[in-house]
Design a protein around this ligand. Structure first.
Ligand code: F6R
Length: 364
């Protein structure tokens, strides 16, 4: 049932080109997006002014990336909230708002409670859910189903990737319905999003280098991930992946925050993963890389082909195929998934069932 792979996680990582393609094509065909299966209408999208994205764990990291994309493409106000915090806040929810609950299982207790709270307060709800018929799918007003199929590995990979593209498509359709995007830009994005599956495939075919790098870091005690914008959101996910299956202490920071405290943790040999795919922010993040390097950090750089600006700074660089900046997270997360996987395997851990964790968190 593992389809020849040693673990479900590796199998699910390799399923990503297919399931991401399926999820894209569930609403995008011939350059046009239809949300008929989701329910949310163009008119509703025009009237919404505020979006609350509510989720836990990796799904929350998708929300972080989605916020940047929605803000870039639309004039919507967007807030991203951890479900376990959101539900206990005494916050006035804006009129004309939409709550987007992102959940693979559709059963996460805090996310479900947040959904119910929004409904009680009269806020329209949209679930981005993988499991058909799950509680969140049943109770949300509208549902965008990700087509990841059953995910067995506790550490999410393919569901996360499907949630990301669902968020892009949602942002694109919001922009279109609201007249906030030119036809040309929409067409360019629609063409570009279609290239994600094959580009993920290319990254998967080049995994030996990552495997080699992973073998060099199995014994590290701490790791840091830095990035700005979407790269920060991906760093958060990379860091969670690493800690949950390899048990290496790991933290992700917005690169600009380093000097407000965390840089004191950097010492000779500390491994710092830098995600650098957002072209407008290259220089700023590279200057943060230089800062940690001068304090002895070992730098893993993750960037886009064509950006060779950090070659002199990074000790090990991984390149992802070129793509619109907004979609880069779908590619940059793949090497980080593979790396965590290989580190966990290298340490002899039970990759699919990490200690202390459950696939679906139904307690609060
Ligand atoms: C991490 C992971 C968790 C889940 C979180 C939310 O690899 O899988 O952080 O993302 O527990 O779960 P769902 O998406 O089922 O609500």
């Amino acid at each position: 049932e593992k389809g020849g792979y040693e673990h479900f996680m590796l199998k699910e990582i390799h399923e990503q080109p297919k399931v991401v393609r399926d999820t894209i094509h569930s609403v995008l065909q011939n350059g046009k997006i239809s949300f008929e299966s989701v329910g949310l209408t163009d008119e509703e999208m025009r009237n919404i002014q505020q979006i609350y994205i509510v989720a836990c764990g990796s799904a929350y990291h998708v929300g972080m990336a989605a916020q940047y994309v929605l803000e870039e493409l639309t004039s919507l106000q967007v807030r991203v909230e951890l479900a376990s915090e959101f539900r206990y806040r005494t916050m006035t929810l804006a009129k004309n708002s939409l709550a987007i609950i992102i959940s693979q299982s559709g059963e996460t207790a805090d996310s479900l409670a947040a959904l119910r709270l929004c409904k009680e307060k009269g806020v329209k709800t949209l679930g981005i859910v993988n499991v058909v018929g799950s509680s969140i799918a049943r109770e949300a007003d509208d549902v965008f189903y990700t087509l990841a199929g059953p995910e067995i590995s506790v550490a999410t990979t393919k569901a996360y990737s499907c949630q990301l593209v669902a968020a892009y498509l949602l942002a694109m359709q919001f922009a279109k319905a609201r007249g906030e995007i030119t036809e040309e830009r929409f067409a360019a994005l629609a063409a570009d999003i279609e290239t994600i599956p094959e580009k993920i495939q290319r990254i998967l075919e080049d995994k030996e280098r990552l495997q080699w790098f992973a073998s060099k870091i199995v014994n590290i005690k701490d790791a840091f991930f830095i990035g700005r914008g979407i790269d920060y959101a991906i760093g958060m996910e990379g860091s969670l992946k690493l800690k949950e299956i390899s048990y290496i202490h790991s933290e992700a920071y917005a690169a600009g925050e380093l000097k407000h405290g965390p840089i004191s943790l950097i010492e000779d040999g500390t491994v710092v993963f830098s995600v650098v795919t957002q072209s407008a922010l290259y220089e700023k993040t590279i200057s943060n890389m230089v800062e940690v390097k001068s304090r002895g950090a070992k730098l893993f750089g993750l960037t886009t082909y064509g950006n060779y600006a950090m070659e002199d700074t990074a000790d090990f660089t991984v390149y992802i195929p070129k793509i619109d900046n907004l979609f880069a997270g779908s590619l940059s997360v793949i090497p980080l998934q593979l790396l965590s996987y290989y580190v966990s395997v290298g340490k002899g851990f039970d990759v699919d069932k990490p200690r202390n964790l459950a696939k679906s968190v139904t307690v609060e």
